[in-house]
Design a protein around this ligand. Structure first.
Ligand SMILES: Cc1cc2nc3c(=O)[nH]c(=O)nc-3n(C[C@H](O)[C@H](O)[C@H](O)COP(=O)(O)OP(=O)(O)OC[C@H]3O[C@@H](n4cnc5c(N)ncnc54)[C@H](O)[C@@H]3O)c2cc1C
Ligand code: FES
Length: 325
């Protein structure tokens, strides 16, 4: 199994500089941040982000340039006090360090603040955190299934799989074309037929990764849920299940569908789970995921999404416990 070893890369807090903030659709943005270094990060890992405390906030009218109390400071500049988790959507090494891409949907205070950032503004990043997607050596085909804002880790994974010589397809479901966080070109429009994976996204076409897209309202791609698309594509392609691995990230209901789909067909499958996270480093115990454990009388035990995840073998997750309903 090809498996990068992020455990050997110690997460550290760094101040990053915003290089670009690019709107992707009505509610999603790509934020590109330059950091001095990011050792041995791999797809599936995430950053924990907040405003830097050692700097004057960019949209804050404070007299003192060195407000030392983070809470007071964060309140005044409308930035969150607690860090928020964001999957790494891509990294690029440059002459000045490393550029980290994040993709986020504006849902609350932190993401509103992130959507107000401009090139040159500074952010504090604790990274890289969490584990990463295993890449089984023996499997040459990979299906990546993303829903909504579960797309970011899949974009980086698609790139890395392609570099590893795997044949990857991205299945991406969104509510509508206005909420599609993926770039779509004019040359190869994505198909309404789920059996047709098309090089419709220029950024993924560069890695030769075709996409199948579904939207709930049918405004682009297949009209329906991404689960329908997977079933149709699977029926048409009849892939050798010993040669296939699936990865998924997105709404819990969708991930559970993919986990069950794979379980029924004996397909290796990994899920990237999200939990509200306070510390991100295994201290506060706020991010539990129930994981099967035959040695435990109840048949499962909690693991920490931040420290032991966010990537788990799909067949080990106990979906029906209180923590997952
Ligand atoms: C490992 C990991 C990776 C993530 N990657 C991304 C990413 O790439 N892009 C992205 O946009 N978001 C991502 N998230 C989710 C993001 O961290 C939260 O949505 C974050 O709370 C947003 O902060 P906020 O202040 O804008 O909204 P908040 O005010 O914190 O929350 C707004 C609403 O979202 C709900 N919410 C908060 N956290 C979560 C969560 N983890 N899952 C589901 N609902 C939640 C809250 O209950 C609330 O209703 C990730 C979370 C984790 C744990
Ligand atoms: S977020 Fe604190 S233990 Fe996971």
């Amino acid at each position: 199994m090809l498996m990068p070893s992020p455990q050997s890369s110690i997460p550290r807090i760094q101040t990053g500089v915003v290089k670009a903030l690019t709107p992707l659709c009505d509610e999603h943005f790509r934020l590109t941040i330059q950091v001095p270094h990011l050792r041995e990060a791999a797809p599936g890992q995430f950053v924990h982000l907040c405003a830097p405390t050692d700097d004057t906030p960019h949209d804050c009218t404070v007299d003192d340039n060195h407000v030392s109390h983070h809470n007071l400071w964060a309140t005044r500049c409308h930035a969150p006090m607690l860090r928020r988790a964001f999957s790494i959507a891509g990294v690029e090494t440059t002459e000045d360090g490393v550029q980290v891409d994040l993709i986020f949907r504006v849902v609350g205070k932190a993401t509103q603040w992130m959507a107000s950032l401009q090139p040159g503004h500074r952010v504090s990043l604790l990274a890289p955190l969490g584990n990463c997607f295993p890449i089984p050596r023996a499997r040459k085909k990979a299906w990546l299934i993303a829903g909504g804002v579960g797309l970011p880790p899949m974009l980086w994974l698609a790139q890395v799989l392609s570099q590893a010589g795997k044949h990857a397809i991205l299945f991406y479901g969104a509510q509508s074309s206005q909420l599609l966080a993926l770039d779509l070109g004019q040359d190869a429009p994505c198909s309404t037929d789920a059996t047709q994976a098309v090089l419709a996204s220029p950024s993924l076409a560069a890695s030769n990764v075709p996409v199948v897209i579904s939207t709930d309202d049918g405004s682009v791609g297949l009209h329906g849920h991404i689960g329908d698309a997977i079933e149709a594509h699977y029926a048409s392609a009849s892939p050798d299940t010993n040669d296939l691995v699936m990865y998924t990230c997105g709404p819990e209901r969708m991930m559970r569908f993919v986990a069950d789909f794979c379980s029924d067909r004996n397909i290796e499958c990994y899920v990237c789970v999200e939990r509200a996270m306070a510390c991100g480093t295994g201290t506060c115990q706020s991010c539990v995921v129930p994981i099967r454990n035959d040695a435990d009388p109840q048949g499962w035990q909690y693991q920490l999404c931040c420290a032991e995840g966010p990537v788990f073998d799909a067949q080990t997750i106990v979906w029906e416990t209180p923590a997952n309903t």
